[in-house]
Design a protein around this ligand. Structure first.
Ligand code: MG
Length: 157
C-alpha cells in the first residue's frame, strides 16, 4: 500500500461560480483559477498522484496549457486516477477536508462524494469529505479564500 497527501488553496472572488467536488454550490463568490479552481478536487488529485509517486497535478496538467483553461476539474480527477491505475494501483480510501468560512457545505457533502466517486468509478464509501471553518481566523476565516487537504491510500490492483 502507498499513501499520498494533497493540499491546495484558491482565492474567492465575485463573478465566478463556486465549484467544490465537482458540484456547483450557490454562493456569492467563486474560486479563482485557470481551471474551475475546484480546490477540493485539486487536493484529491495531488493525494492520488503523490501516493503513486507521480509528481503532482501541475506536472501533468500545467496551467500554462490553454487547453486546461476553465476545465471542469472532475475531468482532471478522471485523468489523474487513470494514471494511478495505469501504474497498477487502485484507491483503497481517501479522506479530505475543506477549509471554508462560508457557505455551509454539509448539505452538499454527499453530492460531492458521489460526483468524485463517479469520476473515478469507485464506490462512494471509499471517499470521505469533511468541512470546517477556521473560526474566523486568518484569510480563510475572512472569506478571502478556501483551502482543502486530502490523504489517499492506494494499493495494488
Ligand atoms: Mg489548485
Amino acid at each position: 500500500m502507498r499513501i499520498g497527501t494533497g493540499y491546495d488553496v484558491h482565492r474567492l472572488v465575485k463573478g465566478r461560480p463556486l465549484v467544490l467536488g465537482g458540484v456547483t454550490i450557490p454562493f456569492e463568490k467563486g474560486l479563482l483559477g485557470h481551471s474551475d479552481a475546484d480546490v477540493l478536487v485539486h487536493a484529491v488529485c495531488d493525494a492520488l498522484l503523490g501516493a503513486a509517486g507521480l509528481a503532482d497535478i501541475g506536472h501533468h496538467f500545467p496551467d500554462s496549457d490553454e487547453s486546461y483553461k476553465n476545465i471542469y476539474s472532475i475531468e482532471l480527477l478522471r485523468r489523474s486516477y487513470a494514471l494511478v491505475m495505469a501504474h497498477g494501483y487502485v484507491l483503497i480510501n481517501m479522506d479530505a477536508t475543506i477549509f471554508a468560512q462560508a457557505p455551509k457545505l454539509a448539505p452538499h457533502r454527499e453530492a460531492m462524494q458521489r460526483t468524485m466517486a463517479q469520476a473515478m468509478q469507485v464506490p462512494a464509501d471509499q471517499i470521505n469529505i469533511k468541512a470546517t471553518t477556521t473560526e474566523g481566523l486568518g484569510e480563510i476565516g475572512a472569506g478571502e479564500g478556501m483551502a482543502a487537504m486530502c490523504v489517499a491510500l492506494i494499493g495494488p490492483q
